[in-house]
Design a protein around this ligand. Structure first.
Ligand SMILES: Cc1cc2nc3c(=O)[nH]c(=O)nc-3n(C[C@H](O)[C@H](O)[C@H](O)COP(=O)(O)O)c2cc1C
Length: 364
């Protein structure tokens, strides 16, 4: 049956009010450099939830301090970081939206200056400026960054345990679902890609070996979160270069993740190696739809989805089950309310004090 943007979607025990969600977007606003939420996070996520989105996926949140991208990224490696995230969740829930969180380890792309605030954005920070030594599957630097140390077996075990511990804290904070970050050239993606993983042990070589860490993380997270809680995985569906992690491998890995209890694959692309990317409206949708067609696993599509007609076309054509609206949501935090107007859909979650501005909507 044809689905529509404003139709709810159920994953395990949760039902999300619509299919326009916000993807994870780093705010570089943990300005105490302690991984903790600040007022900005509460304001930012509150505004998006008020703006009618179905679910918000809170930005990449590091499972260990050295797994942050920058010193100002959020973290969930300590119990002390839970209370701030609970405030974010409470704001999201106050607007009846669903709260997810992306759990992440930046691997060789960690220890960089944030996109704003201090230093030269995206360049490696040295230790005097708050940087740290990074780890990765192999000692191969990401373009323009310092070389990482090859992580050993004990280090790998610790990463798995850290994802599980962070997932437990995410549950304590009140999140409705978690997303495991295995895209954009961060640690789990680095393991999956033959371009950044040249290991000769059981974590390198075949796709099964390269995906082993991700699958261990999936198992460990699935084991500690409630049965009714969805687990999502974000993958780069291609690296847009020959010989890289590609759509065939992404499809296979999605299938393996689903067998282990992953409920939805969030299909993005790129980030691990320099590439020429054919950027344009909806340029990654085809990757998501391919994964969906081949595996039957629910997917989210993302990337330059900027208007309601695009979201409706993607959902109604069956290309994806969910659309993620990133930068357009920053430009227009009320994007989902505006989409309801454009699509002439009645919704009952226009905030009461704003109803006079949305009188065209049957529910408002
Ligand atoms: C400011 C900003 C921060 C981002 N941070 C993350 C992140 O934390 N995790 C992630 O997986 N992707 C991150 N992304 C990528 C977005 O989730 C999304 O995939 C990308 O922006 C493409 O979607 P869009 O064209 O709708 O913006 C970020 C993007 C932006 C613009």
């Amino acid at each position: 049956m044809t689905k529509t943007t404003f139709e709810p979607i159920t994953l395990r025990g949760i039902t999300v009010r619509n299919r326009i969600w916000v993807p994870p977007m780093c705010q570089y606003s943990a300005t105490g450099r302690d991984g903790k939420v600040t007022d900005w996070h509460i304001e930012h996520y509150g505004a998006l939830a008020r703006g009618g989105f179905g679910a918000l996926i809170v930005e990449a949140t590091a499972v260990v301090p050295e797994g942050r991208i920058s010193p100002c990224c959020l973290g969930l490696w300590s119990d002390e970081q839970v209370a701030g995230l609970t405030k974010v969740v409470d704001r999201i829930h106050a607007h009846k939206a669903t709260a997810g969180i992306q759990l992440a380890h930046a691997g060789r792309k960690g220890s960089v200056a944030p996109e704003w605030g201090f230093g030269t954005p995206g360049t490696s920070l040295d230790e005097e400026n708050g940087g740290w030594a990074t780890v990765a599957p192999s000692s191969i630097a990401a373009a323009g960054l310092k070389a990482p140390t090859e992580i050993d077996g004990a280090g790998i075990d610790a990463v798995v345990a850290a994802f599980a511990a962070a997932a437990v804290r995410a549950v304590e904070a009140g999140f409705d679902f978690v997303e495991i970050h295995s895209a954009h050239g961060y640690l789990l993606h680095e393991f999956c890609s033959p371009l950044s993983n040249q290991r000769t042990d059981s974590y390198g070589g075949s796709l099964g070996n390269r995906a082993r860490l991700l699958l261990r993380v999936v198992d460990a997270v699935r084991k500690v979160v409630p049965e009714q809680m969805p687990v999502l995985v974000r993958l780069s569906g291609t690296e847009w270069v020959d010989g890289g992690f590609d759509i065939d491998e992404a499809t296979t890995v999605t299938g393996w993740c689903a067998e282990r209890g992953v409920d939805l694959a969030d299909i993005s692309s790129a980030g691990n190696v320099p590439a020429e990317i054919p950027i344009g409206p909806g340029y990654q949708v085809r990757l998501a739809s391919t994964v969906r067609e081949r595996t039957g696993v629910p997917v989210a599509a993302v990337g330059m989805i900027v208007n309601a007609f695009q979201t409706e076309q993607i959902i109604a054509s069956g290309a994806a089950d969910v659309v993620l609206v990133g930068r357009q949501a920053l430009r227009d935090p009320a994007f989902a309310l505006h989409a309801a107007v454009e699509l002439r859909v009645g919704i009952d979650y226009v905030p009461a004090p704003y109803r006079r501005a949305f009188r065209q909507l049957p529910g408002a």
